[in-house]
Design a protein around this ligand. Sequence first.
Ligand SMILES: [Fe+2]
Ligand SMILES: [Fe+2]
Length: 257
Amino acid sequence: MIRNMNSYPLYDDGEHRVYWLGIEEAEDEKGILTNQYLVVDGNEAALIEPGGFFVFSRVLKNVSSIVPPTRIKYLMYSHQDPDVIAGLNLWFEYAPLAKFVISELWVRFLPHLAVLSAGRTIGIPDKGSSFNLGNSTIKAVPSHYLHSPGNFSFYDEKSGILFSADIGAAAFPEGEWYLFVEDFDEHAKYMEGFHKRYMSSTKALRAWARHVRKLNPKVIAPQHGAIFSDENVGKFLDWLESLEVGIDVFEEKFYGD
Ligand SMILES: [Fe+2]
Ligand SMILES: [Fe+2]
């Protein structure tokens, strides 16, 4: 069941904090549900996957209850989809000191969002890079073709939380919603169709899963659907490695007789 929820702490060691930024019931009717996350270290904050137009007021309200938006140093975008980026010109005003962080492939597309963000944009090179936040580091982890050709996950080293963008996304049936995955096999049913059609390449998916196993995250937090923790992190990576997705599945359907 979906109900209004404010932010929820995912990690707090006194210095370093991570929050999931809430949900409003009405969002169920305004496109696929999205997750936003805030990482705070000392006086600096990073907003991960800031989101589109309809979630802006909820995200701003919930960020403001934790830190003033003027403390946001980075707005971190996994890729260029509207559910990730369409609120960019609003954040441009409300987080005046923040830099926009996105794959360098998408930097020259940003002016089409009606902001001349040149001086405030950081393009992430294909191999990824690291960002200092207070005394902590957030790594941009390549996740190209999953699904966008210029795509990154963001790994918060201190908390061990990997923000995986659309990888791990679930599309809940109407009226259904939960924040943490409990029954993995049941949850996989809500992920399968999305991954098969939106993820581009089985090879890319397996490369990402292999790399993520080396990072050994404690939690995987996607941009849609529910969060994986404890034994569900490993079950999720196993499941990804067993999938065939994208062009490997659809080539025949699209072009076959
Ligand atoms: Fe997307
Ligand atoms: Fe998305």
